[in-house]
Design a protein. Structure first.
Length: 128
């Protein structure tokens, strides 16, 4: 989704407000920075958490899969937010130097919401 911005000749303000514009109620904001060159992050899914990812500086490749099809997104524009609904396995790679990835989340941190094993994710997606 597009992030609303306020531009003038001094620069640009990107605005995220909880009311109306988001696909979920925001409960937490965190950000990734100082990512070591060549490292990958993610490699998990969330059972209920929704997230919006914004590369506010630099760029990163986000790969999403539901267990069947896979999509890859290059995030590198502070005016663009990627919505990740619950139930997607995500991998974050190819962080540029100085990348800062802002994450807006629908809930507070809860380890029990994570699925960190691929086999467990596939079983969770395809219950018998
Ligand atoms: P994790 O979500 O696995 O990181 P990434 O997907 O970026 O690789 O989180 C890494 C560690 O940080 C893990 O031990 C959980 C902890 N953590 C918190 O304690 N609070 C938080 O809000 C987040 C996002 C992670």
């Amino acid at each position: 989704m597009e992030v609303p911005v306020i531009r003038d000749r001094r620069g640009t303000i990107g605005v995220i407000e909880p009311s109306g514009m988001l696909p979920f109620d925001m409960k937490r904001v965190y950000y990734l920075f100082d990512v070591a060159t060549g490292s990958s992050r993610g490699a998990h899914a969330h059972k209920t958490l929704s997230q919006l990812l914004i590369a506010v500086a630099g760029s990163v490749v986000v790969t999403l899969t539901d267990g069947d099809s896979e999509s890859e997104f290059l995030l590198g524009d502070p005016c663009v937010a990627l919505h990740i609904p619950p139930g997607y396995w995500r991998s974050l790679s190819q962080f540029s130097e100085g990348c800062v990835l802002l994450v807006i989340a629908s809930a507070e941190y809860s380890e029990s919401d994570y699925i960190r094993q691929w086999e467990e994710f596939i079983a969770w997606r395809n219950p018998h």
